[in-house]
Structures are given as C-alpha cells and as structure tokens.
Design a protein around this ligand. Structure first.
Ligand code: SF4
Ligand code: SF4
Length: 235
C-alpha cells in the first residue's frame, strides 16, 4: 500500500540498484495504514487524532492495484490531501514532514519488493479505534452505538433489499444516512470533540462513501434523495 521516503539525495541507503530512489511516488499514491506500534506517535505528538481517519469494518474500498472493490477490516489511516491520494505529510520539495518518526509501514515499504510483507498479519497488527480510545469509555460507547445503527453490513443488507425491489429498504437507508449525518454535529457539540476527529471516531461520512454501493445520496435540509449511479457504457 503505502510508504515513503524523501527526495533528499543526502539520505543514502545501501540497497544499491534495488534501493529507494526517494522519488516520493509511494507518498503520492496513498497514505499509510497505522499499526499498533504507531500508537506511540500519538503519545509523542508526532500525530494528532485529527490527522487520521477510520476505514470501518466491511467498508467497500477501491483497490489501487486493479480498481476492484473489496470489503475492508477496520483500519486507521493517515489522511490524504483533499481530492488526491497524496499523503497529507508529503511535500514535493521537502519530502515527508515526519520522516524521522514516520509510521512503520512507511519505514518498511520497498516498492521493488511487493512480496506482501506489509499485509501479512495485518488483522492482528493493525491499530484500531479500540486501541486509541481504550481509556475513554465515552468514545467507545459512541462508536458502538454508531456501529449498531450504521454498520456497513446494515447498509449492504439494505442495498441488497433495494435491489430485489423491497421499497422499505429506501427508508432504512435514509434512516442510516440521517443517523450518521446528525450524530456528527451532535457528538461535536455535546462531547466537545474537535470536528476534525470525527472521521476517526465515526469513519468517513456515509453520504459520501455510499457511492461505492452504486448509490448517490443528496441532502436538502432534512430530506434525502437516493439515486442509482449509472455505469458508463463500455466502449
Ligand atoms: S507519512 Fe511520510 S513517508 Fe509515509 S506516506 Fe506520508 S509522506 Fe510518505
Ligand atoms: S519506496 Fe519506491 S516509490 Fe517510494 S520513494 Fe522509494 S523508490 Fe520511490
């Protein structure tokens, strides 16, 4: 997935022709998923909780390898710059802004050796919201309530029912979208949470991610409209 290094020729490595050329392509192609060891980066202040977001359990994710869609396990990832796949810490002139303390995946990534070492054991080595908020029963409770109501499994089930003509599925999908949308400002105001942390606590807004199910949602006040995304005809 991701990695890194800086375009700084003063940084050498002894891997010869197979070593990192500090081209930055991996930093521009995606930000790293965090592992349990990376929890230290929050304690030391290298990372803030507003620098990361959660990919939730069963969330459809588009593979960078072949554009296929797969269901993820819960992962915490550094944010990308808006509208790009470039890691928020990457600077085209200076390289990685946190290079000396970059996440484990960035340290280990070697684009010339895609043997899968980064992905082995990810299920047990990944950082999760339970790890980050282990000392905050309040936030864990918020996450549980949100998952109960807005899990990607619930959405997938509703989309399936919609596909077989079950009209009640429209209401179910809208109820899920409303819960996700309104719980964000509610939590921000009632628990004094930085709004930039909401994508870590609740994942990305469903009104955006529902598009991976082939459905577009739009909001007009308290009303929601759902429409199917038409596939481009194949040439
Ligand atoms: S944290 Fe640094 S090394 Fe890792 S992807 Fe971002 S810019 Fe690159
Ligand atoms: S790991 Fe590969 S893609 Fe990333 S900076 Fe080094 S040479 Fe470039």
């Amino acid at each position: 997935m991701e990695k890194k290094t800086i375009p700084d020729n003063k940084i050498s490595n002894d891997k010869g022709a197979a070593g990192c050329k500090s081209c930055g392509e991996c930093c521009r192609g995606g930000a790293p998923t965090l592992l349990k060891q990376d929890a230290e980066l929050f304690k030391s202040g290298v990372l803030k909780q507003s620098d990361v977001y959660t990919i939730r359990e069963n969330e459809p994710v588009i593979s960078k390898k072949d554009n296929s869609i797969y269901e993820s396990i819960e992962l915490i990832r550094i944010k990308e710059k808006p509208g790009t796949s470039e890691c928020m810490f990457y600077d085209s002139e200076k390289g990685c802004a946190i290079y000396d303390n970059r996440p484990v995946q960035c340290v280990q990534y070697e684009c010339w050796d895609q043997s899968g070492v980064l992905h082995e054991g990810l299920e047990s080595s990944r950082l999760t919201r339970d790890d980050l908020f282990a000392e905050s029963d309040e936030i864990i409770e918020i996450i549980r309530h949100h998952e109960d109501r807005c899990s990607y499994k619930n959405i997938k089930d509703a989309v399936y029912m919609l596909g077989v003509g079950e009209e009640a599925a429209v209401d179910e999908l809208i109820n899920i979208l409303q819960y996700d949308t309104y719980s964000r400002p509610y939590i921000e105001e009632n628990f004094s949470i930085n709004p930039d942390m909401l994508e870590l606590i609740l994942g990305r807004p469903l009104i955006k991610t529902i598009e991976t199910f082939g459905i577009q949602a739009s909001q007009d006040g308290d009303n929601y409209m759902l429409s199917r995304i038409e596939e481009e005809p194949k040439q």
